[in-house]
Design a binder for this molecule. Structure first.
Ligand SMILES: NC(=O)c1ccc[n+]([C@@H]2O[C@H](COP(=O)([O-])OP(=O)(O)OC[C@H]3O[C@@H](n4cnc5c(N)ncnc54)[C@H](O)[C@@H]3O)[C@@H](O)[C@H]2O)c1
Length: 383
């Protein structure tokens, strides 16, 4: 039996909406014949693309054989009882209002992070969804990246012994837009439009840290704007009102300390755009987006500090790659498949709007910590 499931996809003409959610998730799932269920049934997503630009929506629908095409009228789409899921990948400031309408229309909700621009806004969405009894989920894609799945495998095997610390380096140079086009939308650098490194990336760091190492219990952050002016998509100069870098330390349950540098004004001299080093009593590992390498206690070299001689160690060559041992699918597609199974056959899906709100909580507290130049406790979040 095939379960057709109507999905209203909003914000699908954007960078994330088009590439990750439409092409690499929903279109890929349709092309593979749907999501297989253990009893032999399949779930077939049947999207309708919603947005404001008819031309772009039409082009996408035609290119990717979306039979029900597109609409510029969200309210009309929400009124259609056949569509049971509302998905949102609009710019962050637009998300909460649309989700509230979708909850009121009885739709299940799946959306990008951050879910709203403040903790209050994110919590309100979680509460409304709970009260309405609709299923809900938030994108937490980094958990499904091959590098992080390998790291999780190491943690589950007990490889690290007692985990002591985590060091995360995230970022790359985002061009200012003058002599080379910027590779991220300009709203990301304007606070009033929902931009900012802390708002954007602490939402990710929260679920990465919580899920892999232990719940975040305190934060100390320094957020800053290194590049004060950039050039937008129309070639106009604008003031960067949001932070473009954050240097943070997090305390986790169990006494693990995590240091996380996030910057769009850094040139990459590491194996990947995100690297996560974990040091434990029995071994260490460094994960990137796809790869992960380890150094066991027994293979640890014994350097002696002596700047007067040539360094005899090639430190980066002393690590061993963790093998794939499996096929890795696109991270967004994995989570979409799980959400569809959650909606249709009630499979467990722990990454809900409350989990999303925890991301916004950490962003809010991170910015507060930076403004007040002090450590801040992260209280448990409930609704
Ligand atoms: N999970 C991740 O790794 C990840 C990465 C990047 C961005 N994001 C999140 O995804 C969301 C979208 O980011 P993006 O980089 O794709 O942005 P984008 O600017 O490329 O796309 C934004 C989308 O919102 C729509 N939109 C903007 N203003 C609108 C308006 N006035 N009316 C109707 N529609 C409007 C645009 O048409 C577009 O479809 C953001 O919330 C961002 O935080 C998540």
């Amino acid at each position: 039996m095939q379960h057709n499931i109507g999905i209203i996809m909003n914000g699908v003409t954007g960078r994330m909406g088009t590439n990750q959610h439409l092409i690499r998730s929903i279109v890929a799932i349709r092309e593979q014949g749907g999501v297989q269920l253990p009893n032999g049934d399949t779930i077939m997503p049947d999207p309708i693309l919603v947005g404001r630009n008819e031309e772009k929506l039409k082009a996408l629908a035609e290119k990717y054989a979306i039979n029900r095409c597109w609409s510029t009228d969200l309210d009309a789409c929400l009124a259609n009882k056949e569509d049971t899921i509302y998905f949102d990948a609009q710019t962050t400031v637009r998300r909460a209002d649309s989700i509230k309408k979708a909850i009121a229309a009885g739709k299940h909700i799946y959306c990008e992070k951050p879910t709203a621009t403040s903790l209050e806004g994110s919590l309100e969405l979680a509460k409304l969804a709970k009260e309405a009894g609709v299923k809900n989920g938030v994108v937490q894609d980094k958990l499904f990246l091959p590098g992080l799945l390998k790291l999780k495998r190491l943690i589950d095997s007990g490889f690290f012994g007692k985990i002591l610390s985590v060091r995360m380096e995230f970022g790359y140079w985002v061009f200012e837009g003058d002599w080379q086009e910027a590779q991220r939308p300009s709203w990301n650098y304007r606070k009033e439009d929902g931009g900012g490194m802390v708002v954007d990336m602490f939402a990710h760091w929260r679920y990465v840290l919580d899920n892999l190492f232990g719940n975040v219990t305190a934060v100390s952050a320094y957020a800053t704007t290194h590049i004060p002016k950039r050039i937008d998509e129309e070639g106009k100069e604008y003031e960067c009102t949001a932070d473009d870098a954050a240097y943070a330390t997090f305390e986790l349950e169990g006494g693990i300390i995590a240091q996380v540098n996030s910057s769009w004004a850094v040139r990459v001299n590491r194996d990947d755009l995100l690297t996560i080093q974990v040091d434990g009593t029995e071994g260490s590992a460094v994960a990137g987006l796809r790869d992960c390498k380890t150094q066991h206690r027994a293979n640890t070299p014994k350097p002696v500090w002596n700047p007067d001689i040539e360094n005899p160690f090639h430190f980066t060559e002393q690590w061993v790659e963790v093998p794939d041992n499996q096929e890795f699918e696109n991270a967004f597609k994995i989570q979409w498949e799980q959400f569809l199974k959650h909606v249709v056959v009630d499979e467990v899906f722990p990454w809900d709007l409350l989990e999303g709100a925890k991301g916004t909580q950490l962003s809010d507290l991170g910015l507060k910590s930076s403004e007040e130049r002090r450590w801040i406790e992260v209280p448990e979040l409930t609704i």
